[in-house]
Design a protein around this ligand. Structure first.
Ligand SMILES: Cc1cc2nc3c(=O)[nH]c(=O)nc-3n(C[C@H](O)[C@H](O)[C@H](O)COP(=O)(O)O)c2cc1C
Length: 176
């Protein structure tokens, strides 16, 4: 199997599953900015996300302005912690570019970015509970822009939370 990007070596599956299981949503951050290189890696992971018909219906807004982060925090019911970080990325779906799949495609972007962050030992958390209209305004987004989430990125403060139990296999898997 030839793959110019990883010298044919795929990631070890056992390690990968452990990595997936170990990822947690992080809601408390150190007062120390992540590096530009780390930010670049996170953006790159987003850029390489698969999308329906390869339309890439997205835009990433890098938010470093403290005032903007504070304004978003005020409008995030369960995401106040965004004001603790020095950088966040708003993931925006371009509705006209892929009217059917923009939410799915941008959700995958979000997962790619969250996993890359975790591999860098950087914490993040999907913020969904926000006043979307107000945050859209803060970010200057238009009517054809769908604000999926704003992901905060920062080094983890304190302990990584314990995993929340997942539904057992026999409740979610059906055999036919
Ligand atoms: C679509 C979506 C919306 C979410 N919205 C929020 C949110 O507004 N605030 C928050 O703190 N966590 C939010 N989360 C994080 C979930 O609470 C978290 O993923 C879940 O509890 C499982 O925990 P884990 O990510 O640590 O495995 C959201 C996650 C998803 C996928």
């Amino acid at each position: 199997m030839k793959n110019i990007y990883n010298d044919s070596k795929m990631i070890d599956p056992t390690t990968f599953l452990k990595f997936l299981k170990g990822r947690r949503s992080i809601r408390s951050f150190q007062d120390k900015p992540i590096t530009e290189k780390e930010l670049e890696m996170i953006i790159e992971a987003g850029r390489w996300t698969p999308s329906a018909s390869h339309r890439q219906p997205w835009e990433f807004i890098i938010i470093k302005n403290k005032e903007t982060l504070e304004k978003i925090s005020k409008n995030a019911f369960y995401g106040k912690f965004i004001k603790e970080v020095s950088v966040a990325i708003a993931i925006v779906g371009k509705m006209k570019t892929s009217s059917k799949w923009y939410i799915v495609d941008t959700s995958l972007v979000s997962m790619n970015m969250m996993l890359m962050a975790w591999s860098l030992e950087i914490g993040t958390c999907w913020i969904g509970a926000m006043n979307r209209e107000k945050v859209k305004k803060i970010l200057g987004l238009g009517e054809n822009d769908y604000l999926l989430t704003v992901l905060p990125f920062g080094y983890i403060k304190g302990d990584v939370p314990d995993p929340k139990p997942r539904k057992p296999l026999n409740k979610i898997v059906k055999n036919m």
